[in-house]
Write a protein that binds this ligand. Structure first.
Ligand code: URA
Length: 236
């Protein structure tokens, strides 16, 4: 896979964390309203309220049956998330790709292999103290970036996953995940290395594995971000 030694565990570089603990206002995501829904069930407050009261089985069932945005039309299946429901670590990606849509599990394609290698680099393993979810649970056609109304319609599901999990740290993989969690414009290059929060839970932003597959030189930065995440977890 050409990861080379880059993802091998090694000692963190000495020196202070670059702007590591910049105080950020706790992001209070707004349950945005889905726009004129082409499907049956737009993002109303009632819907968000109902999702906020669901347990895991109900939540997954509702994700699988969801028709709140147009992504339901072309999916093979929705992809709720995978992993340890008592995990300290939550990794949030963008949305399922073709293989995830086929198999019903997040990050099982090439980007997923890289994510697994990234996890291994900080001694984590899919399913063990780690939960993996996506910003949108259904595959955007041709793997395009999810539209804001799609992200908004899916937000109550991610919000409920976070409430049920109560992770100690969230890693946002790429811009859509970061923007959804922090409810603000994010540029990964500017946001990485800083500590954000979602309702009191630390959030660290890094590059999406699919981006890293195309931009190998940024892998070193992602490696730094993972070490920062590991230190942040250890410091809690
Ligand atoms: N990219 C994502 O953001 N999520 C997946 O599940 C797969 C690829």
């Amino acid at each position: 896979m050409g990861l080379g030694p880059l993802w091998k565990l090694r000692r963190p570089a000495a020196g202070p964390e670059a702007a590591a603990a910049s105080p950020e206002p706790a992001a209070t995501p707004v349950v945005a309203q889905a726009s004129a829904a082409p499907v049956e069930d737009s993002g109303t407050a009632d819907r968000a309220g109902a999702i906020a009261a669901m347990d895991w089985p109900e939540l997954e069932e509702n994700i699988r049956a969801c028709r709140a945005c147009g992504l339901c039309r072309e999916r093979k299946q929705a992809v709720p998330g995978v992993g340890d429901r008592r995990a300290d670590w939550l990794f949030v990606g963008e949305g399922p790709g073709a293989e995830e849509d086929q198999r019903g599990e997040p990050f099982v394609g090439q980007a997923g292999k890289l994510l697994d290698a990234m996890l291994a680099a900080i001694e984590l393993k899919r399913g063990e103290n780690v939960y993996i979810a996506n910003t949108v649970k259904c595959r955007p056609p041709n793997n395009r970036t999810p539209e804001p109304e799609e992200t908004a319609a899916c937000w109550p599901f991610l919000e409920r996953q976070i409430d049920l999990l109560r992770p100690r740290l969230i890693v946002a993989l790429g811009r859509p995940a970061a923007q959804t969690l922090l409810q603000t414009e994010v540029k990964i290059g500017a946001a990485r290395g800083r500590l954000f929060a979602y309702r009191g839970t630390p959030v660290i932003v890094t590059y999406h594995p699919a981006y890293l597959l195309r931009n190998l030189t940024d892998k070193a930065k992602a490696w730094e971000d993972l070490l920062f995440a590991r230190r942040t977890m250890a410091d809690q």
